[in-house]
Design a protein. Structure first.
Length: 118
Protein backbone atom coordinates (compact mmCIF):
# COMPACT_ATOMS: atom_id res chain seq x y z
CA UNK A 1 0.00 0.00 0.00
CA UNK A 2 2.82 2.44 0.85
CA UNK A 3 4.55 1.72 -2.47
CA UNK A 4 1.33 2.44 -4.37
CA UNK A 5 0.84 5.72 -2.49
CA UNK A 6 4.46 6.72 -3.23
CA UNK A 7 4.01 6.05 -6.95
CA UNK A 8 0.78 8.07 -6.97
CA UNK A 9 2.53 10.95 -5.18
CA UNK A 10 5.42 10.90 -7.67
CA UNK A 11 2.96 10.92 -10.58
CA UNK A 12 1.01 13.86 -9.15
CA UNK A 13 4.21 15.83 -8.58
CA UNK A 14 5.35 15.07 -12.12
CA UNK A 15 1.94 16.01 -13.52
CA UNK A 16 1.92 19.29 -11.54
CA UNK A 17 5.42 20.11 -12.73
CA UNK A 18 4.46 19.46 -16.35
CA UNK A 19 1.34 21.62 -15.98
CA UNK A 20 3.47 24.49 -14.69
CA UNK A 21 5.87 24.11 -17.63
CA UNK A 22 3.03 23.91 -20.16
CA UNK A 23 1.07 26.75 -18.62
CA UNK A 24 -2.03 24.61 -18.13
CA UNK A 25 -2.23 25.54 -14.46
CA UNK A 26 -3.22 29.08 -15.46
CA UNK A 27 -6.46 27.92 -17.10
CA UNK A 28 -7.94 26.52 -13.91
CA UNK A 29 -10.33 28.50 -11.76
CA UNK A 30 -8.11 28.12 -8.71
CA UNK A 31 -5.30 29.93 -10.52
CA UNK A 32 -7.63 32.81 -11.33
CA UNK A 33 -8.62 32.92 -7.68
CA UNK A 34 -4.94 33.27 -6.68
CA UNK A 35 -4.13 35.79 -9.40
CA UNK A 36 -4.09 38.85 -7.06
CA UNK A 37 -1.60 37.07 -4.81
CA UNK A 38 0.57 36.16 -7.81
CA UNK A 39 0.49 39.78 -8.97
CA UNK A 40 1.47 40.87 -5.46
CA UNK A 41 4.40 38.43 -5.48
CA UNK A 42 5.44 39.74 -8.90
CA UNK A 43 5.35 43.28 -7.57
CA UNK A 44 7.47 42.26 -4.58
CA UNK A 45 10.04 40.59 -6.82
CA UNK A 46 10.24 43.64 -9.09
CA UNK A 47 10.62 45.97 -6.12
CA UNK A 48 13.34 43.72 -4.68
CA UNK A 49 15.24 43.81 -7.98
CA UNK A 50 14.83 47.59 -8.19
CA UNK A 51 16.04 48.01 -4.62
CA UNK A 52 19.11 45.87 -5.34
CA UNK A 53 19.98 48.00 -8.38
CA UNK A 54 19.48 51.19 -6.37
CA UNK A 55 21.71 49.89 -3.56
CA UNK A 56 24.48 48.95 -6.02
CA UNK A 57 24.24 52.36 -7.69
CA UNK A 58 24.43 54.10 -4.32
CA UNK A 59 27.42 51.99 -3.31
CA UNK A 60 29.26 52.82 -6.55
CA UNK A 61 28.49 56.51 -6.02
CA UNK A 62 29.74 56.31 -2.44
CA UNK A 63 33.02 54.70 -3.51
CA UNK A 64 33.44 57.34 -6.22
CA UNK A 65 32.88 60.13 -3.67
CA UNK A 66 35.35 58.54 -1.23
CA UNK A 67 37.99 58.45 -3.96
CA UNK A 68 37.24 62.07 -4.90
CA UNK A 69 37.44 63.11 -1.23
CA UNK A 70 40.83 61.44 -0.89
CA UNK A 71 42.13 63.32 -3.94
CA UNK A 72 40.73 66.64 -2.69
CA UNK A 73 42.21 66.08 0.77
CA UNK A 74 45.67 65.49 -0.71
CA UNK A 75 45.29 68.59 -2.92
CA UNK A 76 44.30 70.61 0.16
CA UNK A 77 47.33 69.42 2.11
CA UNK A 78 49.61 70.26 -0.83
CA UNK A 79 48.11 73.75 -1.21
CA UNK A 80 48.37 74.34 2.55
CA UNK A 81 52.04 73.33 2.53
CA UNK A 82 52.77 75.62 -0.45
CA UNK A 83 51.05 78.54 1.28
CA UNK A 84 53.00 77.97 4.49
CA UNK A 85 56.26 77.81 2.52
CA UNK A 86 55.55 80.94 0.47
CA UNK A 87 54.43 82.97 3.49
CA UNK A 88 57.67 82.42 5.38
CA UNK A 89 59.52 85.67 6.06
CA UNK A 90 62.55 84.71 3.98
CA UNK A 91 60.43 83.69 0.97
CA UNK A 92 58.43 86.93 1.10
CA UNK A 93 61.68 88.93 1.24
CA UNK A 94 62.96 87.11 -1.88
CA UNK A 95 59.68 87.74 -3.72
CA UNK A 96 59.58 91.51 -3.07
CA UNK A 97 63.31 92.03 -3.69
CA UNK A 98 62.66 92.17 -7.44
CA UNK A 99 60.20 95.04 -6.87
CA UNK A 100 62.87 97.07 -5.10
CA UNK A 101 61.39 96.65 -1.64
CA UNK A 102 63.61 95.90 1.33
CA UNK A 103 62.91 94.49 4.72
CA UNK A 104 62.65 97.13 7.45
CA UNK A 105 65.35 96.88 10.10
CA UNK A 106 63.82 99.43 12.48
CA UNK A 107 60.92 98.37 14.65
CA UNK A 108 57.54 100.02 14.12
CA UNK A 109 56.64 103.05 16.28
CA UNK A 110 53.38 103.50 18.11
CA UNK A 111 51.39 106.62 17.23
CA UNK A 112 49.37 108.04 20.12
CA UNK A 113 46.58 110.59 19.69
CA UNK A 114 45.20 112.54 22.62
CA UNK A 115 41.46 113.29 22.46
CA UNK A 116 41.90 117.04 22.80
CA UNK A 117 44.39 117.31 19.88
CA UNK A 118 41.98 116.22 17.17
Amino acid sequence: MAAKKKITTNRSVTRSFLEVLNGNFLTRESAIKHLPFLLFLTLLVLSYIGNAHYAEKTLRESEKLKKNLKELRSAHITAKFDLMFKSRQSEVAKAVEDMGLKESTTPPKKISIVKGDV
